[in-house]
Design a protein around this ligand. Structure first.
Ligand code: UDP
Length: 236
């Protein structure tokens, strides 16, 4: 990959918690190391983090909470992940800016797309937090939207426990096979569910290539961000 490439990495909240509620600093540090390696090699990097390690609005709703309020809690949880990642990136000497969709001047910049692009051009990693700032959205959708608006070349979805897109759920169907590459149309005609529907549609309609890959083994984030062919590429 050449130095002028710009990629967006989506990290789910699960990554930050190491499978538990809250943030596991060891895990975040390891992820930061991988991002730092790529950023220092000249790739422009944006990150969108999830927040499922704290709250998921839909789950809280099932347990009696108002969906809108629960979604805002979800978005606030996301910001904590962003700050943890920023901290470890800066400890590694990587200039990093967090921009949040919900304004909170003391902890982050507001979401200003043109400024985000400028940061990346200067070699800073930009972490987009607080989702879209709107209830009823998922961070997968946010990842695609931010990647489009900040003109990224690709959006990368790092997954836990699965290393790409399969013909069926490999945990259920032992005959499932992994795709190295497929088109958006093929994914639709085969009924594959890769990311949430809104995110997928946004990606397909705007012809933004998507890579789905597994976090394991260590180094995969770096490989995917560098443009090595791992996981599954879904393309126009
Ligand atoms: N959320 C939201 N609007 C957004 C993004 C996120 O309301 O634009 C809320 C929603 O409640 C969601 C939670 O934040 O469940 C955490 O995000 P998500 O579930 O996408 O995180 P992940 O599954 O990637 O950890």
């Amino acid at each position: 990959m050449t130095g002028d490439q710009r990629v967006l990495l989506k990290l789910s909240g699960e990554v930050f918690g190491g499978g538990r509620v809250g943030v596991d600093p060891d895990v975040v540090q390891a992820v930061a190391r991988e991002i730092a390696e790529v950023a220092s090699a000249g790739v422009q990097v944006a990150v969108v983090t999830g927040g499922g390690n704290f709250f998921r609005g839909a789950e809280l709703q099932q347990r009696g909470m108002d969906r809108v309020r629960a979604d805002y809690m979800g978005m606030l949880g996301i910001v904590m992940n962003c700050l943890a990642l920023q901290d470890f990136l800066e400890k590694l000497g990587v200039d990093t800016r967090v921009q949040t969709a919900i304004t909170m001047g003391q902890v982050a910049e507001p979401y200003i797309p043109r400024r985000a692009i400028r940061h990346m051009e200067k070699g800073r990693v930009v972490i987009f937090g607080a989702g879209m700032g709107m209830p009823f959205f998922s961070t997968d959708t946010v990842a695609v939207q931010r990647a489009l608006e900040s003109r990224c070349d690709r959006v990368l979805f790092a997954k836990n426990g699965v290393d790409g897109v399969y013909s069926a759920d490999p945990k259920v169907d032992p005959t499932a096979t992994k795709y190295d590459e497929l088109t958006f149309d093929e994914a639709i005609s085969r009924g594959l569910r890769i990311v949430d529907q809104t995110a997928f549609t946004l990606c397909a309609e705007n012809k933004l290539p998507m890579v789905v890959f597994g976090m394991e083994p260590e180094g995969n984030i770096t490989r995917a961000m560098r443009g090595e062919r791992i996981g599954t590429l879904v393309r126009p």
